[in-house]
Design a protein around this ligand. Structure first.
Ligand SMILES: [Zn+2]
Length: 207
């Protein structure tokens, strides 16, 4: 699935399970971090610009789903995030869960444009070539199923933003988050008269 879907899904889980913003941020990032191995695309583009040759996406094809989508990366990231967390054991377990939710989503819905263009989960890479998991019925990456899920997640994220006074932008910036929450709660109040939604309580939150 797309990084945006992974991001929204893991943030919603983080919000449902975790009170403090720092651990929510770590859990959310854990749900997206496997795709860091797709950054080879940047090297491909830079190389293409530098040489003037057409982009072949060599590094992207070579490393995406190889470096960051297996148990070795899961262990490394979980340990690293646990060290940064306030509630270490709880956050470690949730980070591990979000990492594997990412793998499950990719397993279900990351196919290329043709039916045979299936993305396998190389769970042992880069340490071992085994096990390898793939599903013949894998949904297309930009297929209708993923679009519907993305739309549902957007509504869920906006709903949480309006009711809880926190948004997924808290992962990047508290200031951005506060501004976005104000706008969404204003709209929420305008379209749904009645008791005011919960005010933003983040100033009392621990970082
Ligand atoms: Zn992925």
């Amino acid at each position: 699935m797309s990084p945006l879907i992974h991001f929204m899904a893991s943030w919603l889980v983080a919000v449902a399970t975790t009170e403090n913003p720092r651990d929510r941020r770590l859990i959310t990032i854990a749900g997206v971090i496997p795709d860091i191995d797709g950054f080879g695309m940047i090297a491909d583009v830079v190389k293409s610009i530098a040489t003037g040759e057409p982009t072949t996406f060599f590094y992207y094809q070579r490393y995406h789903h190889y470096l960051g989508h297996g148990w070795p990366a899961a262990i490394v990231f979980t340990l690293a995030f646990a060290c940064l967390a306030r509630q270490r054991w709880r956050t470690a377990l949730l980070c591990l869960a979000m990492f594997h939710l990412h793998l499950l989503c990719d397993f279900i819905a990351s196919r290329g444009p043709t039916p045979g263009d299936i993305w396998p989960i190389l769970y042992g890479e880069p340490v071992s070539r085994h096990p390898v998991w793939m599903w013949k019925g894998q949904w297309q990456l930009d297929g209708w199923q993923n679009r519907i899920i993305a739309v549902l997640l957007v509504f869920a994220v906006l709903g949480v933003t309006a009711r809880r006074g926190i948004s997924c932008l808290e992962v990047f910036s508290r200031r951005l988050d506060a501004g976005f929450v104000r706008v969404i709660q204003k709209w929420y109040s305008a379209f749904r008269p009645g008791p005011k939604p919960q005010e933003n309580t983040r100033p009392q939150d621990q970082i």
